[in-house]
Design a protein around this ligand. Structure first.
Ligand SMILES: [Zn+2]
Ligand SMILES: [Zn+2]
Length: 252
């Protein structure tokens, strides 16, 4: 890769400053490679506990069956004393895994998740089971399907109204106000590693120096993702919020 491209791994346009903000990679690739070596060795996410206490749900065999894989990220930071702190993140996982010790938490707090998202998800699952048990032509099935659709559509605006991003000026903004594309929010904005890492750094007074995101797991059939390869922050979900999230970084 050319140096110019390396600088382009994490960036976005800032509406407030009228220009682009970006973050380079610093030594993040080295830290990420160390993480990959650890992955090959212990093959699970809960690296802070000994083998005997490992949660089977967090083993790679369970998380990445078949062709599945995930994006992981590493953010190299400096704390107030100038010491290097390396944060690590996984993009959202299946099976309801949200927080794992030693990894940055999701941006949406557990409090909001448990209050808003979880009850909705449980209701949607209940309705899905009921729908699947009914005959395709039954009126009841159509009624329940409609009910399920209303719940899932109603959930998104509620979640978005409680979803706040922090930047390095110390400003907090609603996700939907920070997102700068005109076509509305796609699902899963804020679930990628880059925003999770930057949010955690901003909230905890850490100054980011470099970011690296890589894919791990089975290779995608489409060939778009290869295990161990680095990828820039995604254009669809991350770039439209990164302008806000990176704002103020030059002054940290
Ligand atoms: Zn992304
Ligand atoms: Zn700015």
């Amino acid at each position: 890769m050319e140096p110019a491209e390396l600088q382009k791994n994490c960036f976005g346009h800032c509406q407030d400053c009228g220009r682009e903000h970006s973050l380079g990679e610093g030594n993040a690739h080295e830290h990420a490679r160390a993480l990959m070596e650890e992955f090959q060795r212990i093959r699970r996410l809960d690296y802070t506990v000994p083998d005997k206490d490992a949660d089977p749900r967090l083993s790679f065999d369970h998380l990445f069956p078949g062709e599945r894989g995930h994006m992981f990220g590493v953010l190299e930071c400096r704390d107030e004393a100038g010491e290097t702190v390396v944060l690590r993140a996984f993009s959202s996982l299946h099976d309801g895994v949200r927080t794992v010790d030693g990894w940055v938490p999701p941006i949406l707090s557990d409090e909001v998740f448990n209050e808003l998202v979880l009850p909705g998800q449980i209701e949607i699952k209940r309705l899905t089971r009921a729908i699947n048990a009914l005959d395709h032509s039954s009126q009841q099935r159509a009624k329940l399907s409609e009910e399920r659709k209303k719940i899932s559509q109603g959930l998104m605006p509620e979640i978005h109204s409680r979803y706040h991003l922090r930047n390095f000026r110390g400003e907090t903004r609603l996700l939907e106000d920070a997102f700068i594309r005109p076509h509305g929010l796609p699902g899963g904005v804020g679930d990628c590693c880059g925003p999770k890492l930057l949010q955690h750094a901003a909230v905890n007074g850490l100054g980011p120096v470099g970011l690296a995101e890589f894919y791990w797991g089975g290779p995608h059939k489409s060939g778009t993702r290869q295990p161990g390869r680095f990828y820039p922050c995604c254009e669809e979900k991350c770039q439209p919020i990164l302008g806000f999230m990176l704002c103020g970084l030059e002054n940290v």
